[in-house]
Write a new protein. Structure first.
Length: 429
């Protein structure tokens, strides 16, 4: 009996050495009913043994209690708890309870969390004259499209869950160079099959720039000719209504280009830049250019929705190729912490400036990049989390969502952008 009493006293003493340091929100909402948000409780256990605790949260009249004891190890640990989804700010109370001890409590105002939608764009960036001989690159670009067809398709060994639209891979043909390369290698009939079976059905996406052109230096006639193939030729020959003019790895577009694009029928212009150029000229901190805005042309009438990211290899966790900041080795487990930390930085304005929207585009590819898709990982994410929604898709679906939900809230700007990459004047005369 004496031994039992000592053990109880030791447990109580250990529990008394635990401190509740902080409670932080995440962007994670597990797929369950009712919908709840994951919050992270940081605890400091100054003792030498683990302490079993139960977690409780209360907010807006809703309560949650952990079904099993949480073992709090010695030192600092971060424990996940669940908080009811709320529509308006409310006081949150978190309690960590150990047997025989007064609860550790935290109270503070809790904000509704965005239900994030992440649009990941997978492609290959093709620089004419770089990486390899043009005839070799042409053959490999055609191979990339065939590989993407396979990854976008529905092989017989796929499960019903894997075939679901949210879990599907949608490849983007970055420019019309892909179309020309494919016809040269496979022939017109094969390209028409790509159009009918993949692009028109949304399993692939095609954007409207003829190649990596420098339209910031073009006069108006050149701009019109530059946009003819995508807006007239692709529509008349193949019935494709291309909506996005995509500028990748090039400085920018001139103010006149916004008007020319709108008059040609484009709805959107997107630019994926090079974050390493000219002392951070791609960053909001220097340019003060909003991540998304209506760009109104010189005539004060025509406008396009413009969006930018500082690079085409942003390094988001899923669909990772050789382009980003995390290798494929991280894909064995689902990186919830990275996803939440990154999107919280976006919310705070630390990535692309002020960003009040609940959807973001993440270009995640590199130069002459071989298509790659970890089908199983996206299925696991989708099954486990309701939000953030993560999809591998094209630029058009992202802009369409933003336009539909936020059209009236987007700023309207006129005038020239900075050229983002001033050193182009020396390397591309």
């Amino acid at each position: 009996m004496r031994t039992g009493t000592l053990l109880v006293l030791a447990a109580l003493s250990a529990a008394a050495q635990v401190k509740l340091v902080s409670v932080e929100p995440t962007v994670l909402f597990p797929r369950a009913t009712p919908l709840r948000q994951v919050a992270v409780v940081t605890l400091l256990n100054e003792g030498k043994q683990a302490v079993d605790m139960t977690a409780e949260t209360r907010v807006a009249g809703e309560q949650w209690r952990s079904a099993n004891a949480i073992a709090v190890p010695p030192g600092v640990s971060r424990q996940s708890v669940m908080v009811a989804d709320i529509k308006a700010p409310a006081e949150l109370e978190v309690s960590m309870i150990a047997a025989g001890q007064a609860p550790l409590q935290w109270k503070g105002e809790w904000q509704p969390q965005r239900k994030w939608k992440v649009y990941i764009m997978e492609s290959a960036h093709e620089d004419l004259g770089y990486e390899d001989w043009i005839f070799n690159k042409q053959k490999e670009v055609a191979d990339f499209i065939d590989l993407a067809k396979h990854l976008s398709g529905s092989p017989e060994n796929q499960s019903v869950v894997e075939r679901a639209a949210v879990n599907r891979y949608q490849y983007t043909l970055e420019t019309l160079l892909f179309y020309r390369n494919y016809i040269e290698e496979r022939g017109p009939a094969a390209w028409r099959e790509v159009v009918e079976k993949y692009i028109k059905r949304g399993a692939m996406h095609l954007t409207g720039a003829p190649s990596g052109v420098h339209n910031h230096w073009m006069d108006y006639e050149e701009l019109a000719r530059n946009m003819y193939p995508s807006r007239i030729e692709m529509k008349q020959r193949y019935g494709l209504d291309l909506k996005t003019y995509l500028i990748v790895d090039n400085p920018s577009a001139s103010w006149a280009a916004a008007q020319a694009a709108a008059q040609a029928g484009f709805k959107y212009i997107a630019r994926w830049g090079q974050g390493w150029r000219t002392g951070g000229n791609n960053d909001y901190a220097k340019t003060k250019v909003p991540a998304l805005f209506w760009w109104q042309g010189p005539n004060g009438k025509d406008k396009v929705l413009y969006g930018w990211r500082s690079h085409y290899g942003t390094g988001f966790w899923f669909g990772q190729t050789n382009s980003g900041n995390a290798s494929r080795s991280v894909l064995g487990d689902m990186p919830e912490q990275y996803v939440s930390t990154y999107l919280r930085k976006v919310e705070a304005g630390n990535v692309i400036g002020p960003y009040p929207y609940d959807a973001i585009i993440e270009p995640a590819y590199g130069d002459h990049d071989v298509p790659y898709f970890d089908r199983g990982l996206l299925v696991r994410w989708t099954n486990q989390y309701a939000y953030p929604e993560i999809r591998v898709t094209g630029v058009d679906p992202f802009f369409e969502y933003i336009e539909k939900k936020y059209a009236a809230q987007l700023p309207v700007l006129s005038g020239d952008l900075n050229n983002f990459s001033a050193d182009y004047a020396t390397i591309d005369p």
